[in-house]
Design a protein around this ligand. Structure first.
Ligand code: GLN
Length: 280
């Protein structure tokens, strides 16, 4: 007799737990393979599961349990600020901490005069740029990444989500140096983990998120140094820099900003875990 959905779910959860993984992943993968909504799933718990669906599901459970391959790479998607973003191995999986950065930017820019030009550096999946434009269509939003493979995903997300964002291939702000073009707000969630910390990361992160998106030289500060220096000629007068930062980087990044922009005021904001996470 074939197994019920409930039985399959229970067994997969136990299997994941035995491998030190989140048991909740079983439900996410089952929803993905059955195309059920959460309600459908509840209503069908006592129903049998068809063999093709079961096999595809079990294969993903096995892969996740044994290799740590992120569930987002298995489903090809992650939610960010209530929207579904396509992701793959070429882009950082967007994180909840970054949603706070977006929310703060929206609050800060709400009452500023338009046109207000925003540039997202290292856009990856496009999560920041696309969300800003979708939440506030009065913003003019552009975004860059050095990776053409990441840009392909970002453009696909912008099309899927109907967001009018202009994308550029550029090494940080290189493309704008010497052009005279200015932006009112430059935002980035750059790579900020020190190479020395690589081994402290989970296999799900270190073996699957792109290195380009995670790691930076100089104790993880190199990307901030570059962006802040280049911003001297690309940021509009009384413009704003907004960064996500590592929880121990507030002081160093403040110093970098203060030395490039001596008259600026710097604000550090904590994330929901009470860790320094955002700097304006
Ligand atoms: N901007 C993207 C994000 O915040 C990618 C960031 C990165 O790759 N470091 O999700």
């Amino acid at each position: 007799m074939s197994q019920t959905i409930q039985e399959v779910l229970n067994r997969a959860s136990v299997f994941l737990e035995e491998h030190g993984r989140e048991p909740k992943v079983a439900e996410i993968l089952l929803l993905h393979h059955t195309n059920f909504s959460k309600t459908d799933l509840l209503l069908n718990l006592r129903e049998p599961i068809d063999e093709a669906t079961l096999n595809a599901f079990l294969k993903d459970i096995e892969t996740h349990a044994t290799t740590g391959k992120p569930v987002q790479h298995l489903t090809g998607t992650e939610q960010f600020y209530g929207r579904n973003f396509t992701v793959n191995e070429h882009v950082l999986i967007p994180r909840p901490e970054t949603e706070e950065l977006v929310q703060l930017i929206l609050a800060k820019t709400k009452d500023q005069p338009r046109p207000l030009k925003v540039l997202d550096i290292g856009t990856g999946s496009g999560a920041i740029a696309i969300t800003l434009k979708s939440e506030d269509p009065t913003l003019t939003v552009e975004a860059s990444d050095i990776s053409t493979q990441a840009l392909a995903i970002a453009k696909q997300n912008a099309t899927n989500l109907n967001a009018d964002v202009k994308f550029h291939q550029s090494d940080f702000l290189q493309k704008w140096l010497g052009t005279g073009e200015k932006f009112n707000l430059i935002v980035s969630n750059p790579p900020y983990i020190a190479w020395e910390e690589r081994e402290t990361l989970s296999d799900t992160v270190k073996n699957f998120d792109p290195e380009l998106a995670l790691f930076a030289d100089n104790q993880g500060l190199k990307a901030y140094e570059t962006i802040i220096n280049q911003a001297k000629s690309v940021l509009a007068p009384s413009g704003c820099l907004a960064f996500e930062i590592g929880h121990q980087q507030a002081e160093s990044v403040t110093q970098l900003i203060k030395s490039a922009f001596p008259t600026s005021s710097v604000e550090v904001i904590k994330d929901i875990n009470q860790k320094d996470r955002i700097i304006f």
